[in-house]
Design a protein around this ligand. Structure first.
Ligand SMILES: *[C@@H]1O[C@H](CO)[C@@H](O)[C@H](O)[C@H]1NC(C)=O
Ligand SMILES: *[C@@H]1O[C@H](CO)[C@@H](O)[C@H](O)[C@H]1NC(C)=O
Ligand SMILES: *[C@@H]1O[C@H](CO)[C@@H](O)[C@H](O)[C@H]1NC(C)=O
Ligand SMILES: *[C@@H]1O[C@H](CO)[C@@H](O)[C@H](O)[C@H]1NC(C)=O
Ligand SMILES: *[C@@H]1O[C@H](CO)[C@@H](O)[C@H](O)[C@H]1NC(C)=O
Ligand SMILES: *[C@@H]1O[C@H](CO)[C@@H](O)[C@H](O)[C@H]1NC(C)=O
Length: 874
């Protein structure tokens, strides 16, 4: 094995302090200070949460069994203008790295600086476009110089804070570029030259920790190339000297405006992760992952697995058209709360994998097929290699993974024992004999959250991800009507239609194009004409003589650019045409991003005049960058009547915040499209006016079988996002200010604030469930926990016997221990959490001797107010 070792750092020896860690790897392990490790990593992008949220997110990631946090570094956020850096607030990278370090976790620092990440322009600052001759992500001085400058800046900062693991810090890996292998071919030989330049440039920065390139099959020897895939089992790096590491594959998983929300069962997520380690994985990262599942048939299987997604605040969402919520159905939800049972089940999986670490890191697995169905039940055994085919003589260490990749259950003999494997599941045997975990057996509790309206008294309930707003007090609104066409702020006149990004420098979503033209009576004889824009992106709102005529977006056109044909009404004489072009997140994926452009990228004509077509392309156009409201050119009013369903209205209201520490959200489901700010912080874009298709959703998702991104959807027929996260950090105790910009018309009466809390918790565990991994070989256990600051206030359901149904709809079966409720109430009411060992003696008399029994409980969580709860029933 020694010959595989890649020694990274003679340099380390020179570092004083003794805290420096020697990091190396071979194809079976990441070797940290001499210890052979497998690593479980989760993505947590620091600017997608507020700094106040970071400590709890990191703590919950650690408690969930993660070893490493994976984050991109966001160039556009850190260098908003050339040479002007921002490392404050959500962009305080060093503070974030230090917090991760304090928590005892490692970091995979994916510097990029192209990051994709569903982030605006893939992380590129728009000012790069101003550099003459620049081409992104290929061999040219303009780009390479700026890229190197930024990467060097980040590496120097991390180094000077002693944050690389080689210096005793948490940064174990860094990534250069991102999925370049996917686009390299589009750049000809310059692509390869650039890739090799980037690799060499990174290496020469001498971080002392390994560099990674994901999806880069031709990465040079000193770089680890990693797998980005739906299921990464079966994937191999390009050299036996390298460990199999799984980073991510971004495509097909994020949510666009107007789409239903994809979700993935925890059984299947756990299956994919377990399969990766079963088949030789060393480091895995929760992100969206997809890959070739290399069964004989090479099925393509999608999945998503961000550990915490968070929020695309401000104008950071990419796309175009990526939603503001970046929740991802992740183990930690957008608000930072545990998503249960996902978080808890994966925690068990991680604990089971850790029990296998010594065996996993010592050798390649031996592979066996079991059972009658060829290849459908697979065993992978990690041992010292001397394992006998008949298992009479198990070596130590020894760990085995038994996978049933069939959609029905299987019973197989392995090492002389019989194992029952649920469909589409992996059992983990850290000693090659005893199953400690099965991916399809979920004992972790389910938590049901709700939104509690701030303006008392009603509740807004979340039911399977959808929400129904309750009655709330009205906010007192002021408003301002944005002038159509702008009012000439920073006006740019041209006999042409200017490309949007180079005109606005992406400082705003908006660019007005307005012009005046004369039409005679004669020309209007043919009836109402049609305005044609031959090519535009991402969206235009068209106004004629101050009146809104219509909007077109490229969202559902299937292409990057769309043609607009808008019937308009003209009058004889001078007409005023004003087109508001709006970007909705700059493209984040693909080659040649710098060539895309936005706004009106074609010609503008008026068709259907009795004299034919009037070409306005070279008319005198007045361009205004941004809206008056964005330039603070606003005169608020509250005397005229409050505008409803009017385009281009700014609204403002003051509000007080909900008490406590629960996450806060604003309901914008009644609005059209626009942006929202609280106390000057942008919450992001909203667009509830566009709804998801009404079909394709399922209430229940069959975890079995190949996953694909449209397999399990929720929110059909509803806006993609009605609730928007308002970080507590941005709120003050009294008199917060909300500002909304409405582009197309909405109903501000439906706007309200709520806090998000856990409402109910449920769990269901049987006598034959596996005991918690950490308590190897004890009894199965049912645990219930409300959030910190809450207590269990009542038990809706408790039955030890053969209860039926699921959370929210449990029912007693024919077998029921009469004392179930009393026993559960006694143990749980008034407490934040409670747990039960599943054994009949704990529930009085055996309600049905000889039969397998299950305990199912559903309990209510309530916010602990000032005094201790006194709700204990007798
Ligand atoms: C680092 O670890 C490797 C493998 O464990 C070992 O061979 C090497 O000598 C170590 N290097 C230093 C500088 O300690
Ligand atoms: C994601 O992975 C699949 C399968 O490996 C591949 O075909 C696809 O091109 C990848 N997409 C991206 C964006 O990397
Ligand atoms: C199992 O393998 C061992 C070692 O190869 C052998 O001695 C033993 O007879 C085998 N047992 C059976 C039941 O095949
Ligand atoms: C965009 O950038 C150019 C060059 O850096 C500058 O001259 C121009 O004023 C900027 N425009 C806006 C709207 O920021
Ligand atoms: C309109 O004018 C533009 C530029 O002046 C030209 O490129 C375009 O072809 C013209 N379109 C028509 C339909 O005449
Ligand atoms: C606007 O929203 C309020 C509150 O949800 C609702 O009562 C009212 O009917 C809505 N108005 C319209 C025209 O939809």
């Amino acid at each position: 094995m020694a010959r595989f070792l890649l020694l990274l750092l003679a340099l380390l020896l020179l570092l004083a302090g003794g805290s420096a860690t020697n990091i190396s790897y071979d194809h079976r392990a990441i070797i940290i200070g001499g210890q052979r490790r497998i690593l479980i990593s989760g993505c947590l992008h620091y600017p997608r949460a507020s700094p106040q949220m970071w400590p709890a997110l990191i703590r919950n990631a650690k408690e969930g069994g993660l070893d490493m946090i994976d984050t991109y570094v966001f160039w556009d956020g850190h260098e908003p203008s050339p040479g002007i850096y921002n490392f404050q607030g959500r962009y305080d990278l060093i503070r974030f790295l230090k917090l991760v370090h304090q928590a005892g976790l490692y970091v995979n620092l994916r510097i990029g600086p192209y990051v994709c990440a569903e982030w605006n322009f893939g992380g590129f600052p728009a000012w790069l476009l101003k550099l003459p001759g620049i081409q992104f992500r290929t061999h040219n001085r303009a780009f390479e110089d700026k890229m190197e400058e930024f990467v060097r800046k980040i590496v120097d900062m991390v180094k000077s804070e002693q944050l690389f693991a080689s210096q005793g810090g948490p940064v174990l890996f860094s990534q250069i570029e991102n999925e370049y292998g996917n686009v390299q071919g589009s750049y000809g030989t310059n692509g390869k030259t650039y890739m090799l330049w980037a690799a060499r440039m990174a290496k020469d920065l001498e971080t002392g920790v390994p560099w990674i390139m994901c999806k880069q099959p031709d990465a040079p020897d000193y770089i680890i190339n990693t797998c980005n895939g739906y299921y990464c089992d079966g994937w191999k790096p390009n050299s036996r000297d390298k460990p199999a590491m799984w980073t991510e594959n971004w495509s097909g998983w994020y949510q666009l405006w107007g789409e239903a929300a994809p979700y993935r069962t925890v059984e299947d997520v756990a299956f994919a992760v377990a399969r990766f380690f079963q088949r030789g994985g060393v480091a895995q990262n929760y992100y969206m992952v997809r890959m070739l599942h290399d069964l004989e048939q090479h099925l393509l299987m999608p999945e998503r697995c961000q550990y915490f997604g968070g929020t695309n605040f401000g104008r950071t969402s990419g796309g175009p058209f990526i939603t503001t919520s970046y929740d991802y159905d992740a183990p930690l939800d957008e608000f930072g709360m545990l998503r249960q049972p996902k978080w808890g089940h994966l925690k068990e999986l991680h604990a089971a994998l850790k029990l296998c670490e010594t065996a996993l890191t010592s050798n390649d697995p031996l592979y066996y097929t079991l059972g009658r169905m060829q290849e459908m039940v697979q065993a992978h055994v990690y041992s010292d290699g001397s394992l006998e085919a008949n298992f009479s003589n198990l070596a130590t260490p020894c760990a085995a993974f038994l996978a049933n990749i069939d959609t029905s259950s299987a019973s197989v003999k392995f090492g002389g024992n019989v194992y029952n494997l649920p469909p589409w599941s992996v059992s983990i045997l850290p000693d090659c004999r005893n199953v400690v975990f099965n991916t399809a057996q979920v004992s972790a509790q389910t938590s049901v959250t709700k939104m509690v309206a701030v303006q008392k008294p009603s509740l807004i309930e979340e039911v399977s991800g959808s929400y129904t707003p309750g009655l709330v007090e009205q906010l007192a609104w002021e408003w301002f009507q944005e002038p159509v066409g702008g009012s000439g702020i920073n006006k740019i006149l041209a006999h042409a239609l200017l490309e949007q990004i180079s005109t606005t420098n992406d400082s705003t979503d908006y660019l007005w194009y307005s012009t005046r033209f004369e039409i005679s009576d004669q020309e209007l004889k043919g009836g109402d004409p049609v305005l044609v824009i031959t090519s535009m992106r991402d969206m235009v709102h068209i106004f004629v003589n101050g009146e809104f005529a219509g909007s077109t977006s490229t969202l559902k056109s299937g292409g990057l650019y769309a043609r607009v044909q808008q019937p308009i009404h003209l009058k004889a004489g001078v007409n005023h045409l004003a087109i508001l072009s709006a970007t909705v997140g700059l493209q984040n994926y693909g080659a040649h991003l710098e060539t895309h452009g936005a706004g009106i990228t074609g010609s503008v004509w008026i068709q259907g005049l009795s004299t034919g077509t009037r070409n306005l392309t070279s008319a005198l156009w007045l361009h205004q960058v941004g809206l008056n409201g964005e330039h603070d050119a606003i005169t608020w009013s509250s005397t005229t009547s409050l505008p409803f369903f009017q385009p281009l209205v700014w609204y403002k209201a003051n509000f007080n915040i909900p008490d406590g520490d629960d996450p806060v959200a604003i309901h914008l489901g009644s609005m059209g499209k626009g942006q929202a700010w609280v106390n000057g912080h942008s919450l992001g874009r909203f667009w509830p006016a566009i709804t998801a298709p009404s079909t394709g959703c399922s209430d229940r998702c069959d975890y079995r079988g190949t996953y694909y991104s449209s397999k399990c959807l929720s929110g059909c027929g509803l806006p993609s996002q009605e609730w928007y996260h308002v970080p507590r950090e941005w709120l003050v105790n009294e008199k917060n200010t909300l500002v909304l910009l409405e582009e197309i018309g909405g109903n501000v009466s439906g706007v309200s604030f709520a806090s998000r809390v856990v409402d109910r918790v449920c769990a269901q565990v049987s006598e034959y469930s596996l005991p918690p991994v950490a308590q190897f070989s004890s009894l199965p256990e049912l645990g219930l926990s409300c959030s910190p600051g809450q207590f269990i206030s009542s038990i809706f359901f408790a039955s030890f016997g053969n209860p039926k149904g699921r959370c929210g709809a449990f029912q007693k079966g024919s077998c029921h221990a009469l004392e179930s409720e009393t026993i559960v109430e006694k143990a749980c009411i008034g407490r934040q959490s409670c747990s039960f060992e599943i054994f009949w003696k704990n529930f009085g008399t055996d309600p049905c001797p000889g039969k397998a029994k299950t305990l199912a409980v559903e309990a209510a969580c309530t916010e602990a107010v000032d005094s201790a709860p006194t709700l204990v029933r007798t």
